[in-house]
Every structure is written in C-alpha cells, then in structure tokens.
Design a protein around this ligand. Structure first.
Ligand SMILES: Nc1nc2c(ncn2[C@@H]2O[C@H](COP(=O)(O)OP(=O)(O)O)[C@@H](O)[C@H]2O)c(=O)[nH]1
Ligand SMILES: [Mg+2]
Length: 466
C-alpha cells in the first residue's frame, strides 16, 4: 500500500471548540512536525522519544505564527496506526485548523482519505478488521448499549469468538485431512467422533449468527407499530409516549393517513415508533393507501401495539382478524384505550371481546392516552420486551454488521453441509471442502481472508481523520 506517504487530517469535528486536533502519520510525520512546531525549549523534536508532549507555537511556511498549542509525539510501533505519528492540538477554530492543515500539506504531507488512519492500523496489525469496524461503530453509537457492544468488539471480544470457532474448524479439518493423506498409518476417519465435533461447532456458529437480530435492533432501534381502528387513540398514544404534540389528534376518524415515525429511547434501547392510519373499510383512495402502508408497517415491526377504544364495544365487535397480529413471530400488546371513559365492568367486557377475536393474545393493558394513566406500566412492558429481545447475546458479543452476518451465515451453511456429508459417511475430501469454505467465510470477518476491494469499501464509510 502507499505506506511511504505521510498523511494528515483534522481528527476533530469542524466548528468552534476549545481545542481541535490535527493528525499526522507516516515516515515523515516527525520531520514535518519539526518544520511547523516551535517549542518553548527550542529542542529538535526529531530526537524526542515517543509519548512526549510539548507546548509551543505552530508556524506557517514563512515562519508566521498560526496558533499556540501542544504537540504529542508517538514513535512506531507504539501509535494508533503503528507508524510514527504526531498530534497537534490547537484552538478549535476553522481558520486555525485550515491553515495548520494547509501548512502540513505544503511540507509534503498528503490529505488522508476517510478511515485511512484506521486502515493503516489494520495493515500494520494493530487491529483486525472487525476491531477496525468497531471504531466507526463506537463513534456512531447513540445509546449506552450500542456503545458497550462496539467497545467489546473494539477490544477484540468478537474476534476472540471467531478465532475460537476457526481453530475448532481447523482442528476438525486436520483430523479429516490426516486420514486422507495417511490412511495407512492413522486408519479410517472416525465419523461419529467428527459428527459430534461438527455439530458442536455448528451450534456455536448458529448461536452467534442469531445475535444479528439483536444487533439490528441496537443499531436501528426496535420497530414498534401503533395500529388499530380509527379513533382508537393511536396518535394520542404516540404523543403521550413522546411527551409532545407530534401527531394531529382529532375526534374525526381517519385523521392520520401517512406514517408518522419517531424515535425514543427506553433505558438506553432505541425504539422507533410508527403511528399509522386507522384500519377500516374505506372508499377514499388516499386513506386506502394509508391503510395499506399501516398493514405493511405492522408486518415489518418487531412489536405491535394494537390499540382499541374500550368505550366503543360495537367497534370491538366488528374487529377483523389481522395476519400481522395473528403471527406468533412477533410480540403484540393489546391496549384498551380510553380507560377514563368506562367502568371496570365495561373494561372486562372489552378484554373478553379481544380474547375471543385474538385467542393467543396474552397481554392486554388498559390505558388512557388522554390522562396518561398506565402509560408508565406500558413503558415498563415495552422495556421488558425490548430487553428480552436483546438477551440472546453470547458473552456480550453481538453481530451488529450486515457484512459479518452474511459471512457467518455462509460459514453456518458450509458447516451444515460438512455435517451432512459426515453423517452420510462420504469420503473425507467432501467434508474438507466445506470446512475450508467455512474457514474462509469466518476469516472475512476478522480480515484474514478478505479481499482488498471489500477492505477499501469498509474504510470508505469512515470519516476523514479517523
Ligand atoms: N377520553 C379519552 N379520549 C381519548 C383518549 N385517547 C384518545 N382520545 C380521543 O379520541 C379521539 C381520537 O384520538 P386519536 O389519537 O386521533 O385517534 P387515532 O385515530 O387512533 O389516531 C380524539 O378526540 C382524542 O382526544 C383517552 O384515553 N381518553
Ligand atoms: Mg391518528
């Protein structure tokens, strides 16, 4: 790679701030810094050891002072990239930062591409690919949980699990190959033993692959759809949960036609709440489109909040079954709204009607979207469901990227194939073929077996200076 280049970039966000950091990495990082830095002690900084900090002035090509600040020096291999590095901390103003960066470029540094510092760290073996990707996830993490998962990945927990899986596969592969190459000495392949071994590996890989679902929830939020007949109080509930007047609420049925999507966070878990058009038979083409969208949203949701008006028993009688609610793949909560308008007897009647129409429903919660009664209970329940959706994680390790998920699925596929051929007592070559493919797929996650084009694409998503 173009490692002979020395790269420079602003590592902090552009704008006004107390300090900003401009980074340099590469063979000429320290000589270039020597050109722009005038330390108080007038030392030759090219002679300083790593992990040294000095106060001084930054000067341009003509020796004119740009700003004052700190220089931090790192010596290869003990730096983020593994190369010689210098960080210049100046005041955080656009003019200062631009001028300083420009001066570094005039002295021969090249502007870094997005993610190039981390890419160099990867090529120099400071981080593997999964860890490098975690750097971007960590910076982008919006909730506590996402931060923790990204940090675990950066610290190598995911890589460890992948390495363990790979070394188990290598063990199995060795056992197969030795019987191919030296059947005279070691005898025949022990099929039952291998089958047990592969079944175990397969199970482990599958477990990890299944965490991808939680990873998506962490990254994009748990998708919660508010659905129900018109006027049940869906928009009122959205407003109540958000504590704002986000959606229009009127007594006129069919007010909400478009989807209204808003995010909130319950105990660090992101939730994307979608208010939808009320479900009913209608001749209005615009409302019809809204209802179709509502049904689609319901099908794609991780959790359904089905809201009905407890004070309107006749509407409950005409509720038609809904495939999305019927499905056992996703949890659904039934909310009997407008609790404030009815007696407990009526509430009980309403609950019975719901149970008749939707026999598998277990959770029915009476609420009032208007007064806020039982909204805390609903929040607790939401948190409970969301947390339990996130509990499949193995040792705090979670698959959060589509790239990793696809690679794991491929590995699982080949492990299952190997298991089948072993079960069928086919010759070792057949088994070895799939085991090698599985190894290859897993190696893509940590970067052992990934091609340059993919690596390039991964680092393109980073911001400059990282
Ligand atoms: N009394 C009472 N009225 C409610 C409650 N929730 C909603 N409403 C009223 O019911 C009507 C329809 O509410 P809206 O949120 O627009 O229902 P949507 O069509 O399901 O979105 C409005 O007049 C609301 O003020 C509630 O809990 N109690
Ligand atoms: Mg509405």
């Amino acid at each position: 790679m173009e490692q002979e280049d020395t790269i420079a970039a602003v590592a902090t966000a552009m704008g006004e701030s107390a300090i900003a950091i401009v980074r340099l990495s590469g063979i000429a990082a320290i000589p270039i810094a020597q050109q722009v830095f005038r330390g108080k002690r007038k030392e030759n900084i090219t002679l300083l050891p790593g992990y040294t900090v000095r106060f001084g002035h930054f000067v341009d090509l003509h020796g004119e002072t740009i700003d004052q600040g700190l220089l931090t020096l790192f010596r290869s291999p003990h730096s983020y990239t593994g190369e010689d590095m210098v960080e210049l901390s100046c005041h955080g103003g656009r003019a200062i930062v631009s001028r300083l960066l420009e001066t570094l470029l005039q002295h021969g540094a090249r502007l870094a591409e997005p993610g190039e510092f981390t890419q160099r760290a990867f090529f120099n073996g400071k981080l593997d690919l999964a860890q490098a990707e975690a750097v971007a996830d960590l910076v982008k993490a919006k909730t506590e949980r996402a931060r923790r998962v990204a940090l675990n990945q950066l610290e190598g927990k995911l890589s460890e699990v992948i390495h363990r899986l790979r070394s188990d596969i290598i063990g199995a592969l060795a056992a197969v190959e030795v019987t191919i190459d030296y059947s005279d000495e070691v005898g025949e392949l022990d099929y039952p033993e291998l089958e047990g071994r592969l079944a175990h590996i397969c199970q482990q890989a599958l477990c990890l692959a299944n965490t991808a679902h939680y990873g998506r929830i962490l990254r994009e939020g748990m998708r919660v759809a508010l659905i129900g007949p018109p006027n049940a109080g869906k928009s009122s509930l959205l407003n109540q949960l958000l504590q704002t007047e986000r959606a229009i609420v009127t007594p006129i049925p069919g007010t909400t036609r478009d989807l209204i999507e808003e995010s909130l966070s319950i105990n660090g878990i992101p939730i994307v709440l979608t208010d939808t058009a009320g479900l009913r038979a209608t001749a209005d083409p615009i409302e019809r489109i809204g209802i179709d969208l509502a049904l689609k949203t319901a099908e794609q949701a991780d959790l359904l909040l089905f809201i009905v008006d407890a004070s309107d028993l006749s509407s409950l009688n005409t509720l038609s079954p809904l495939p999305a609610v019927e499905s056992k793949d996703r949890p659904a909560l039934f909310l009997l709204n407008k609790k404030d308008l009815v007696t407990n007897d009526v509430l009980e009647q309403a609950a019975n009607l719901v149970r008749q129409k939707f026999p598998h429903v277990t959770d029915i919660i009476p609420i009032s979207a208007l007064t806020g009664e039982n909204i805390e209970l609903l929040r607790d329940k939401l948190q409970q469901i969301t947390t339990s959706s996130l509990y499949g994680d193995t040792e705090g390790v979670m698959i959060t990227s589509t790239r990793h998920s696809q690679a794991l699925q491929e590995a699982v596929h080949h492990l299952q194939e190997a298991l089948t051929t072993t079960h069928q007592r086919l010759p070792g070559d057949f088994i070895a073929l799939d085991l090698r493919e599985a190894l290859n797929a897993l190696g893509q996650i940590t970067g052992e077996t990934v091609d340059d084009e993919i690596i390039h694409r991964i680092f393109q998503d980073f911001c400059v200076g990282k």
